[in-house]
Design a binder for this molecule. Structure first.
Ligand SMILES: [Zn+2]
Length: 140
């Protein structure tokens, strides 16, 4: 090993030092490991977003019931969007082969997806009931 090459701290491959970068732990790693790490980090971030958006949409939908006029349609839209986001989260949670999938975020995705799907169903149900209620009020 001369001054121009070094083993990568992660994969052990000996590569030119000029093509190496420091990772978060101040270890020199090769570009392949660096891009893998970035990809995994991006995947973890997108998984967190996928886990958070269904309950967030359901929460917005629930709050919109309290806003005059917006309460007529926005909760339904949020409920449907939350439903789709929940399905996405559940599917991601069941896919263990995914990059960034860990024992910690998989159950989180599943729980978030299932609870939000139920929540979204409730919102959609209440919204439809309110339509039925309004329709009945129009008739009498
Ligand atoms: Zn490497």
């Amino acid at each position: 090993m001369n001054a121009e090459t070094q083993p990568c701290a992660q994969c052990g491959r000996v590569v030119p030092t000029s093509s190496m970068v420091y990772n978060g732990q101040a270890q020199l790693i090769c570009m392949t490991c660096e891009s893998d790490a970035q990809f995994a980090e991006a995947s973890t971030k997108s998984m967190i977003q996928t886990a958070i958006s269904p309950p967030l949409l359901a929460l917005v939908g629930t709050m919109m019931f309290c806003v005059p006029l917006l309460s007529l349609i926005v909760p339904l839209i949020c409920g449907i969007m939350s439903m789709f986001a929940s399905v996405q989260a559940i599917r991601m949670g069941m896919d263990n082969s995914r990059v960034g999938a860990t024992d910690r975020n998989q159950p989180l995705l599943l729980i978030s997806g299932i609870l939000s799907a139920l929540w979204a169903l409730g919102i959609i149900g209440v919204q439809i009931l309110s339509y039925v209620g309004m329709a009945l009020m129009d008739r009498f």
